[in-house]
Design a protein around this ligand. Structure first.
Ligand SMILES: [Fe+2]
Length: 221
C-alpha cells in the first residue's frame, strides 16, 4: 500500500481497497454489457431503449472512475484492464444471441441485481471499517442504479403489456368478429384485459390498472 492522506489503519484500507477493486471489475464488466445491449437492441422499443442504455453506460462510467480513484486514494492500485476484469467480475457473461428488446431489458435487469448486491456488501464493509467517504460514494452508486433497475423493471412491464395487447388482438380478434350479439371491439377489449392481467402476473408486478374481472376469464380462455 502507498502512503495516503487517509487516517484509516492500513489493514482497513487494504480490505476496503480490495472490495472496491472487486466492484470496479463488476462495474467495468457491466459497462461493456450495457454497451453490447445498446448496440444490438432491436424491436419496437428500440427508440427508447437505445438512448436509455447509453445513459446507463455513461452514469456507470462515472461511478467506475470514482471507485477506482477511491481505491488509489486509500493507497492501492486500481485494477481494471480487460483481462483483469474478465478474471475478477462476478457478473455472468452477456448472452450473444439476444437481440429482442424485452430480452435485453431482462438480461440487464438480472445483471444490475448482481452488481447492486456486490456494492451493498462493499458498503457494509466500509461502514464496519468506519470509512464514511467510501460509504457515501457507494450510497451514491446504489441510489442511482437502484433507480435504473426500477426503470428496467417498469420498462419490461410496459413492453409486456403492449405485447399482450397485440397478442390478444391476434388470438381473439378473428374470433371476436364472429361473436354475436357482442361487437368485435367489446370482445377484443375483454381479451386484452385478460392477457394483460396474466402478463402482469408473469412479471411479478402488482398494478391497479390490471383490475381482474373473473367474469372475463371464461370468455377468453
Ligand atoms: Fe451509441
Amino acid at each position: 500500500m502507498y502512503k495516503t492522506p487517509s487516517n484509516l489503519p492500513e489493514a482497513a484500507r487494504t480490505d476496503i481497497a480490495r472490495v472496491l477493486n472487486e466492484r470496479l471489475a463488476d462495474g467495468l464488466d457491466l459497462h461493456s454489457q450495457i454497451k453490447v445491449a445498446h448496440w444490438n437492441v432491436r424491436g419496437p422499443q428500440f427508440p427508447s431503449l437505445h438512448p436509455l442504455f447509453e445513459q446507463f453506460a455513461t452514469q456507470l462510467a462515472v461511478h467506475n472512475d470514482a471507485i477506482a480513484e477511491r481505491a488509489v486514494t486509500l493507497g492501492a492500485h486500481a485494477i481494471g484492464t480487460a483481462r483483469q476484469v474478465a478474471k475478477g467480475s462476478k457478473l455472468p457473461e452477456y448472452p450473444t444471441d439476444t437481440s429482442r428488446d424485452l430480452d435485453h431489458v431482462k438480461a440487464l435487469a438480472e445483471r444490475f441485481e448482481v452488481y447492486l448486491g456486490g456494492v451493498r456488501e462493499a458498503r457494509t464493509l466500509a461502514a464496519e471499517k468506519r470509512d464514511d467517504e467510501t460509504v457515501d460514494l457507494l450510497t451514491g452508486v446504489l441510489t442511482e442504479f437502484e433507480k435504473n433497475a426500477w426503470f428496467l423493471r417498469a420498462r419490461r412491464l410496459s413492453v409486456v403489456i403492449v405485447a399482450a395487447a397485440i397478442e390478444a388482438d391476434r388470438r381473439f380478434g378473428q374470433r371476436a368478429t364472429r361473436c354475436e350479439p357482442r361487437g368485435a371491439a367489446e370482445h377484443a377489449t375483454e381479451a386484452r384485459r385478460v392477457v394483460h392481467r396474466r402478463s402482469v402476473a408473469a412479471v411479478g408486478v402488482q398494478t391497479e390498472a390490471a383490475a381482474p374481472d373473473e367474469g372475463l376469464r371464461s370468455s377468453a380462455s
